[in-house]
Design a protein around this ligand. Structure first.
Ligand SMILES: C[S@@+](CC[C@H](N)C(=O)[O-])C[C@H]1O[C@@H](n2cnc3c(N)ncnc32)[C@H](O)[C@@H]1O
Length: 386
């Protein structure tokens, strides 16, 4: 499983300030923690949930996080008087084998929506291997919602640069990519053209499959253009305790997911869009496919099925595609030779100092200084550490 990440300390800070998210998690944790129990803070960042679990009486807390922000938990645990109860695991949860299973596992590894990177597999694995029988998973369940949305600003920002410009340039070839790109949004209720419908229920107590494939119908509640579809989620952290990033709710760190509808169709009130929505996890990231068709009030199709996908938003490098062909014969270039020698020296059990000096000796044109050689070795080995 690839390593999650990409958060800055500032963004972790914003998560703590994000209400009602934080308050709901804190209350769910307070209710779930029993005196002396074991809690896992999965995806802890600097361990705010771990510290709270201690405050609420946990006997032992395991904070699991591969991001370096976890180092902050050392002084924080000391400052909060709970360093003797917190164990830090600097890794992803899949690589952790517990001595004792946890009574409570708390996590928030969602992105804009809960289908994000390896979130589902991570929770399914944690439930199976790290949670004691009858233990509590926080969150308990998320419901993915979707609606037709009108946002001329978002649509224009996405497609306009490729349609028109003041310089007489034909940029139309870029339009297809832009029209298939997902964007983060913070839309208000007035942007919704249809009532929200449920796309998927993700029950973390049972879920195993990361992909979704749903068909829904959305009826226009008023006439107007439909610029895209908007997805968000309703979180149930525990029974009766939840929050949502729906339009109209306080804006949360997640934002909402906006997917444009190519050609932004104009719908009359009562006309509908039938949608097939798929989320497929490919190499650690979701590819979103949305196939849709407009139907008039009599139920007759207006136009053909439009097929959109975030896959079509990616501009692929022809060089990279060629390099991935099974007929490609890779050349032993300088970068490969450096890595080959570096890894061979690792295999001989040398210190970084010896490896760097040997590499500098052998490849002075690429590693002119000891520092350059040492940096290269550290970077090369970093690619093999999860
Ligand atoms: C959205 S942040 C949440 C941070 C903090 N728990 C909170 O809710 O404020 C998610 C964190 O989960 C971590 N993460 C994702 N998958 C993980 C895994 N399998 N094991 C451990 N940490 C993981 C990421 O590195 C990231 O720091």
């Amino acid at each position: 499983m690839s390593r999650p990440g990409g958060y800055s300390l500032a963004s972790y800070g914003r998560m703590i300030d994000c209400e009602p998210r934080m308050g709901v998690y804190a209350e769910a944790l307070r209710r779930a923690v029993t005196p002396g129990c074991t809690v896992i803070d999965l995806g802890a960042s600097f361990g705010a949930f771990a510290l709270l679990a201690c405050q609420y009486g946990a006997g032992q807390v395991i904070a699991i996080e591969p991001d370096p922000s976890i180092e902050l938990l050392v002084p924080l645990a000391r400052a909060n008087g709970c360093e003797d109860r917190i164990t830090i695991i600097r890794d992803i949860s899949a690589n952790y084998t517990p001595e004792v299973k946890a009574d409570v596992i708390v996590s928030d590894c969602r992105g804009t929506v809960p289908l994000f990177q390896h979130h589902i597999a991570t929770l399914a694995d944690a439930r199976a291997r790290l949670l004691a029988p009858g233990g509590t998973l926080l969150p308990m369940r998320d419901t993915l919602k979707i609606a037709l949305a009108q946002s001329p600003e978002k649509y224009r920002a996405m497609v306009h640069p490729w349609q028109r410009n003041a310089y007489g340039l034909d940029l139309a070839a870029g339009a297809r990519f832009a029209a298939n790109a997902m964007d983060k949004a913070y839309l208000k209720p007035r942007a919704l053209v249809s009532a929200p419908v449920d796309l998927a229920v993700l029950d973390y107590r049972t879920i195993t499959e990361p992909d979704i494939d749903s068909r829904v119908t959305m009826v226009a509640g008023r006439a107007g253009r439909v610029d895209g579809i908007l997805a968000w989620f309703e979180a149930e952290i525990a029974e009766g305790l939840g929050y949502s990033n729906a339009p109209g709710e306080p804006p949360l760190v997640y934002g909402q997911m906006f997917l444009p509808l190519e050609g932004n169709p104009r719908l009359a009130e009562g006309e509908r869009i039938d949608l097939r929505f798929r989320g497929t996890l490919v190499d650690g990231e979701y590819v979103w496919n949305w196939d849709w068709q407009v139907f008039d009030r009599a139920g007759s199709p207006r136009g053909r099925v439009a097929r959109q996908s975030t896959f079509l938003a990616q501009v692929h490098s022809t060089k990279a595609l060629g390099n991935a062909s099974n007929q490609h014969v890779p050349q032993l270039d300088a970068a490969i030779m450096l890595d080959r020698d570096c890894l061979a020296l690792v295999g001989e059990g040398r210190t970084l100092d010896v490896i760097a000096k040997t590499l500098q000796d052998r490849h002075p044109e690429h590693l002119p200084t000891y520092k350059a050689a040492l940096d290269h070795v550290v970077k090369c080995l970093g690619r093999y550490r999860s």
